[in-house]
Ligand binder design. Structure first.
Ligand code: HPA
Ligand code: ZN
Length: 319
């Protein structure tokens, strides 16, 4: 039995496996610039975040209808459930779809066809988090928030993703203020490729409750001390860090030192179809390669529920 856990850092578009990509391409009459799934997998050699994002956005062309988004989410939830995920807080990137003519309603309602029945079908409770693409303008993010208004009953919060360097959190101050005024929870990617200052900004300017990645906090001892003191959850993604070369090797990942420092770490998969594994695979990898004890693994699983947006009683039932 895999350890029951919550997944808090998961981009639904990053769960698009090559087989499903080709199936959806055929269904929608989309031509992919790869001969087959093997050739596509060959392209999964990334130098950095941007080289991954280029492929990630390219493959989204196959996602067109509500049914596509439903199938995508169902495939993820089945795999996650098999690896012990009992609760998933799922990111999606509306601008990556609306900018190519797929409406917000198609994305949200399509995902909801799966998420709305996930407890019955997969034994996984879910929340949906809408991310803004930080390499696009703050105005575009604000329009996206407006666009989402009819669907806010389905969306628990907002996040910030895509190319980090040069796009500091402060760029989205007004958008996050507007999101907070609408009662939305707030998270943001910070300190993946960007500097530790972006982590402080995400907390101070955007008012985030969790930091996605947050890995580069280790470069700033005063920041680490603050994150420990304030018990700010970090949603780490070890296999992602290896594939995007944020760390040299998994063996060199700072997770053990971060836990020893008292940081509230969680382990997640980020974009599992691209980075070599789902949540359980990430747990297995840190157990095997970093030699984390069973107690540490249980701490990571416990943190994942504590840092989630589950309500208290619901949360207790999960653990
Ligand atoms: N980082 C930033 N943006 C992203 C990622 C990531 O790992 N995955 C999907 N969008
Ligand atoms: Zn991410």
């Amino acid at each position: 039995m895999p350890l029951p856990k919550a997944e808090l850092h998961l981009h639904v578009e990053g769960t698009l496996e090559p087989e499903l990509a080709f199936e959806l391409a055929a269904r929608n009459g989309v031509k992919l610039p790869y001969a087959d799934t093997d050739e596509l997998r060959e392209a999964y050699r990334f130098q950095d975040l941007q080289s991954f994002l280029d492929l990630y956005y390219e493959l989204m062309a196959v996602l067109r209808t509500e049914r596509d988004f439903e199938d995508l989410a169902n495939a993820y939830l089945a795999r996650a459930a098999a690896q012990g995920v009992r609760h998933a807080e799922i990111f999606f990137d509306p601008q990556a779809h609306t900018s190519r003519g797929v409406e917000m309603g198609t994305v949200v309602e399509g995902l909801w066809r799966s998420l709305g029945r996930s407890v019955e079908n997969h034994g996984v409770s879910t929340r949906l988090i809408m991310c803004f693409l930080r390499d696009r303008s703050a105005e575009s993010a604000m329009r996206t928030l407006e666009d989402a208004r009819p669907h806010l009953g389905r969306i628990v919060g907002v996040g910030l993703d895509s190319a980090e360097v040069g796009h500091p959190p402060v760029k989205f101050r007004e958008v996050y203020e507007a999101a907070a005024a609408l009662g939305l929870r707030r998270v943001a990617h910070a300190g993946e490729e960007g500097p530790p200052e972006y982590i402080g900004q995400a907390l101070d300017v955007l008012g985030v409750e969790r930091v996605d990645h947050g890995l580069r906090c280790v470069e700033d001892p005063a920041l680490v001390e603050r994150l420990v003191r304030e018990r700010v959850p970090l949603t780490l993604c070890p296999l992602s860090n290896v594939r995007l070369r944020t760390v040299d090797t998994l063996a060199a990942h700072p997770l053990p030192a971060m836990l020893d420092a008292g940081l509230m770490c969680t382990v997640n998969s980020d974009d599992p179809a691209y980075f070599g594994g789902y949540a359980g695979d990430n747990f297995d990898a840190v157990r095997t390669t970093l030699g984390l004890s069973e107690e540490r693994l249980r701490e990571l699983a416990r943190n994942s529920f504590l840092a989630s947006f589950l309500e208290d009683d619901e949360e207790l039932r999960q653990r």
